[in-house]
Design a protein around this ligand. Structure first.
Ligand code: CP
Ligand code: NVA
Length: 303
């Protein structure tokens, strides 16, 4: 691939729709190579620093970004809100400008998408959205890599997303739309979000017909804790159980971004059963983030 026909690399990765179809496929190819050679890329960004700022809890994203940075030779710095001057009134823009002079990229998990947009507007280095209330674009990369590993292709796959219509759903719809993966969301009336390409139904059994994957996520996302009781009642009919999964294709897999609450959004029998690919999804966070960091920082899709 010459530089002229290489897929476009976005300045930041704030939403899955920041990628083009070709860019997303190039990223998955690079991630596959990185997964196969976990220690093959340590010189790629040696000497650079990665600033990771997390305003919400995280197990997978926080640790996989730190590990991905290490594998590229970067120094990962994980920062909590109480460790920065933001809490004492320093602006987002001033913080972004300052971090840009030390770090080669900024990874941010926060509440409002506007916060990520504001940081990106002021930063002079790439900014990566590590989850907001609206989007979880890094999760979608690992999900697509997992589906491609399982089915050998992406075009023509159908995913039934059952339960809430949240940040994970939004990014999966956007990323899936780029590569021909149709996402049918089964959620209660009123919960749906306006996302281009989303097909919304209200009956889980309708969504899973012909599905290659049945996906669910927690019923109470971070920041929604006040609505817990109401959401548990509203979403109870959307629990993913064996009876529902059996209505999908015989080779259908079960997906969940994790963390999971067994016997809430999914039964233990399904998430711990033979169709579950949740550990593969979690594992795939690392190589997809490693590929993303290399692309954004080094401005190329290959070594
Ligand atoms: N799936 C995911 O983003 O997990 P964490 O909240 O643990 O990072
Ligand atoms: N929808 C969940 C995803 C966690 C990875 C949340 O935002 O809490």
């Amino acid at each position: 691939m010459t530089n002229l026909d290489a897929p476009a690399i976005p300045r930041h990765y704030l939403r899955a729709s920041d990628l083009t179809t070709e860019g997303l496929l190039a990223l998955l190819d690079l991630a596959e190579q990185m997964k196969a050679r976990p220690h093959g890329f340590v010189e790629a960004l040696r000497g650079d620093t990665l600033a990771c700022f997390f305003e919400k809890p995280s197990t997978r994203t926080r640790v996989s970004f730190a590990a991905a940075a290490e594998r590229l030779g970067m120094l990962p710095l994980v920062l909590r809100p109480d460790e920065l001057q933001l809490g004492r009134g320093e602006t987002l823009a001033d913080t972004a400008r300052t971090l840009s002079s030390y770090a080669a990229a900024i990874v941010l998990r926060t509440y409002a998408q506007d916060t990520v947009d504001e940081i990106a507007a002021a930063a002079t280095v790439p900014v990566v959205n590590a989850l907001t209330d609206q989007h979880h674009p890094c999760q979608a990369l690992a999900d697509l890599l997992t589906l491609r590993e399982r089915f050998g292709h992406l075009e023509g796959l159908r995913v039934a997303f059952v339960g809430d219509f949240n940040n994970v759903t939004t990014s999966l719809v956007e990323a899936g739309g780029l590569v021909g993966v149709e996402v049918v969301v089964a959620c209660p009336p009123g919960v749906e979000r306006r996302v281009e390409g989303a097909i919304v139904v209200h009956e889980p059994s309708e969504a899973v017909v012909g599905a290659h994957a049945v996906y669910t996520d927690v019923w109470v996302s971070m920041g929604d804790e006040d609505e817990r009781a109401a959401r548990m009642e509203l979403l109870a009919p959307y629990r993913v159980d064996e009876a529902l999964v059996t209505r999908a294709r015989p080779d259908a897999v079960f997906m969940h971004c994790l963390p999971a609450h067994r016997e809430e959004e999914v039964t233990g029998a399904v998430i711990d059963g033979p169709r579950s690919v949740v550990w593969q999804q979690a594992e795939n966070r690392l190589p997809t983030e490693e590929a993303l960091l290399l692309a954004l920082v080094a401005r190329r899709w290959e070594l």
